[in-house]
Design a protein around this ligand. Structure first.
Ligand code: SAM
Length: 248
């Protein structure tokens, strides 16, 4: 996958491929990332790319022409690509979006600053995506988050020991809890079933915990799922045990 990030802070967004899974994806040859400085497309000697808003009011607006030229240059550099504007007004960036984007040959990520881009440039944008219902001062952190999340789905980026399909949201549920050594830590023991060596039992326990965690923390996700017979039974068990233990 080829990704171009259009930004006023190229040195900031380039950091995302210096660490962790995105770095592994680059080393494995499945991801290339370049940052393109929008100021390179400014017609001015002082490299300005913003101007005052028509209609008055506070803040500055990113001009359409440099943005449009930066998008065209990115397209010419990486070929077919989905153009994404990071925006608080966009669709929420979900795991479904991440998986869909990971199948694309190229992504062009447009990072806004100030009051955002001149609306007319949105013609060249395929989709607006948001990191959540809050306002950041720029699109760089959401773009970096998107690159990180997408890299987890690129073949060869994750080792055998980690797997994106087991993560939260992949099957519509939150992930089950994880434990590592020591077996006893400050009076808390690892659940016995995980020490049993019985793979079927462990799988059942993990599914039950995943259903339970989703029920406790994100009931909205459960509402959108059709549970099969075994899942329904396991969730009922979890709820019964939670109320016996005073958890509800
Ligand atoms: N005036 C805009 C509004 O209220 O919709 C906010 C502009 S914000 C200060 C500047 C830029 O930060 C945006 O153009 C966008 O690229 C980015 N941004 C801010 N919050 C974001 C979010 N929740 N998700 C994605 N991008 C965001």
């Amino acid at each position: 996958m080829k990704i171009e990030i259009l930004t006023l802070f190229p040195e900031l967004v380039e950091q995302v491929v210096r660490f962790g899974i995105p770095r592994k994806a680059v080393e494995a040859g499945v991801l290339t990332l370049s940052a393109r400085d929008i100021r390179d497309y400014s017609p001015d000697r002082d490299r300005r790319i913003d101007d005052r808003p028509y209609g008055g009011g506070p803040g500055m607006v990113m001009e359409a022409e440099p943005l449009s030229q930066a998008i065209d240059a990115a397209k010419a550099a990486i070929g077919p690509a989905t153009v994404i504007a990071l925006s608080p007004q966009g669709e929420p960036l979900t795991q479904d979006w991440v998986r869909r984007l990971a199948r694309e040959p190229g992504l062009i990520l447009l990072c806004g600053r100030y009051e955002g881009p001149d609306e007319r440039v949105m013609e060249a944008v395929d989709v607006e995506l948001s990191l959540g219902d809050f306002v950041l001062s720029g699109g760089e952190l959401p773009a970096m988050a998107l690159v990180d999340a997408v890299s987890r789905w690129l073949p060869g980026a994750l080792g055998h020991e980690q797997s994106a399909p087991n993560d939260s949201f992949a099957a519509g549920l939150l992930d089950h809890p994880h434990y590592t050594r020591p077996e006893h830590w400050r009076g808390a023991a690892v659940p016995e079933v995980l020490l049993s060596g019985d793979h079927a039992k462990v799988a059942r326990w993990r599914l039950k915990q995943a259903l339970g965690a989703t029920w406790l923390k994100r009931p909205d996700l459960l509402a959108g799922l059709e549970l099969n017979e075994e899942q329904t039974r396991l969730l009922r068990e979890f709820i019964a045990e939670a109320s016996v233990n005073g958890g509800t």
